[in-house]
Design a protein around this ligand. Sequence first.
Ligand code: BDR
Ligand code: CA
Length: 311
Amino acid sequence: PRKIIIDTDPGQDDAVAILLALASPDELALLGITTVAGNVPLDLTTRNARMVCELANRTGTRIFAGCDRPMNRRLVTAEYVHGKTGLDGPTLPEPTMPVEDTHAVDFLVATLRAEPEKTVTLCPLGPLTNIATALERAPDIAARIQEIVLMGGAYFEVGNVTPAAEFNIYVDPHAADIVFRSGVPLTVMPLDVTHKALVTKARNDAFRAIGTRVGTAVAQMTDFFERFDIAKYGSEGAPLHDPCVIGYLLAPHLFSGRHINVMVETRSELTLGMTVADWWGVTDRVPNATFMGDIDSEHFFRLLTDRLARL
Ligand code: BDR
Ligand code: CA
C-alpha cells in the first residue's frame, strides 16, 4: 500500500475523507493524521479527528496536533459552514483515544527523513500551515516527498470564501505560496472538481442505506452542511470537497486535469489567496501542479459508498 499522511481540519468533508482512507487499507497505509486550525480552531479539529477514528473503530491511528494559526495572519474559521463544533450533524461520543505528544510538524519532518525517499504522499485537506512550516524548518524534506495531493484553490469556479479565493488557500496564503513554490510534485483538487462531486439526495440516501453507524453518521454529516451549501450554490447537492483527494489516490482514472503553472496571491487585499492558474498556457511560467478539472462523480460516489460500507 501507498504510505500517506492526512493533514486535516475536520470538517464533515474531511471526516468522510479520513473514513474513506481508513476503509482502504489494501491501497493506503495511513502513517498518521496531522491536524491544523482551519474550519474551526485546533482543539476542535483535533477532537474531531479522534472522534472520526473512534467512529471507524481505528483507535490505533496516530493523531498529531499541529499549528493553531496561520503563518502570517489571524485565523479565519468557517463555523457558518460546519457548525459550532466543526462536525455538527451526528451525535458522536466525546473521544477518549490519545493525541500523540509530538507536534505535527516534527512528526512530518521525522517521518519524511526516516522513510525511504519518495515513498510518502502528503494529503492536505485544510490550510497548508503544517506542511509549509515543515518545509521551511527542514528544506531537505522537499526532495523526499513522493507527492502532495491536496484540496484547495479554484480557477473557473474562483472563490467560495471571497469572490477570488477558496477557503483552504485563503486561510493561509503564505503557507500555500511556500507549497506551490516547493518543487514537490503537486496534484490539486480545486473547486472546479469538488463542485462536481455533489451529495444529491439519492447519494445521501445511499450513505444512510448502508445501515451501519458509519453510514448513518456520514449521512448526518452530509445532511448538515448541505443545508448551507445547496442554498448558497443553488445546486442539486453540496460539494464533497476533501474526499476527492483520497478518491484520486484510489482511482486516479476518475479524474482529469492539466499540468500547469499555479501561483498564489499573497499581497492583494482584494484577491488574497487566489490561485492564479495558467490553464490556457498564456505565460511561460514553468508548470508546478496538476490542476484537476473533471471527475466521474457517478463512479466516485459508488466507490465511496462501497468503501464506507466496509467500516
Ligand atoms: C475546503 O474548505 C473547508 O471548509 C472544507 O473542509 C474543504 O477542505 C473547501 O473550500
Ligand atoms: Ca477541510
